[in-house]
Design a protein around this ligand. Sequence first.
Ligand SMILES: [Zn+2]
Ligand SMILES: [Zn+2]
Length: 404
Amino acid sequence: MADAPTITGKELFERAKAIQDKISGWRREIHRYPELTFTEHRTAGLVNAALIDLGIKTETEVAKTGVVGHIQGGSGPVVGLRADMDALPITEESDVDYSSTRPGIMHACGHDAHTAMLLGAATLLKGLADEGRLPGTVRLLFQPSEEAQDDEGKSGGMRMVEEKALDGLDAVFGIHVDPTNPVGVVATKSGPMMAAADHFIIVVRGKGGHAARPQSTIDPILLAGHAIQAIHHVVSRRLDPMESGVITIGLIQGGTVNNVIPESVRMEGTIRSFTPESRQLLHDELRRACGVIEALGGKFDLTIHWGYPPTVLDETATAVMMAATREFLGEDNVKLGTAMMGAEDFSYMAQKAPGSFLRLGVANPSWDQVYYVHTPQFRMDEDALPVGAAALAAAAVKWMQEQK
Ligand SMILES: [Zn+2]
Ligand SMILES: [Zn+2]
């Protein structure tokens, strides 16, 4: 193995471009038949069949509907590569001719592309292994349900970690489509990249009655108004201004008719943060802010469901991924990314092994309109597919060649 010529990102990109049609075929097939959280049976079947076809050993039903593949090379590091497979409850309104055949379900977050690109990377890496040039082992992690948690509050990535699919990994890499950048441009950064996302529910309990006799009621609508004011002081007055955080109340429900003061009001919202300390502070201060309800005579129930932790990327893994992609995209096209308030369940994997996560530009520069992920019009330029496949393969190989 020591004498084998170095594998470069350039070589892998050339090989990826040569199989672009194949990667696109996988992506379009998955796109036509999107599947929601933990029901990715057809997609997992396609992935498993494609891997077996390549001569790759697989395990199925990992994390319910996930697939894990193993490519054995030399005795070097073990590197994980991750793709998510689930779609969203959205009816597609893009004009592609391989549009979703399932009304109400669409691959609007690009997970079809992630899955196809990982199959592309698997093709390249198995090729190297067969040539006796792969210095280590690759573990292919096709996870279900990135977008949602099941009844037990667990997402696909969390279950993959729990089921030990990441045990023994030296590094793990993932990728996400990014419609704000053109094809051929990628970005990442080390440290916190995506936020923690927690969901809260507040039930404000007052005392209902006639709208014209407020003195004999405790008006939960007014109490909710005070609570909203107090909650919106948490980020501005309680959180260190050098930290980032968001509390948004996205739902409020109360009352049935104009002349009745209701018994209760329900509010729901999301809390976003980047560190365990600021996350705890926002939880605690949210509870304290709700105290205004009690001060004015009402009662409240506050429930906070803990969601994904922040996605914190490893410095070395990120440097490796950026260097690997620079080898075929050039210095200027590999950008330093910025942190975002969105959340990702790759966070669980990046807690388990040194991880990095690449944002892959998928916009065609001639398109005048950007359609973001999670919209019915989301679309991507498929010339990004070989870029992503090569990026995953190159990051794995570079880690093996440099981090022995
Ligand atoms: Zn998404
Ligand atoms: Zn996504």
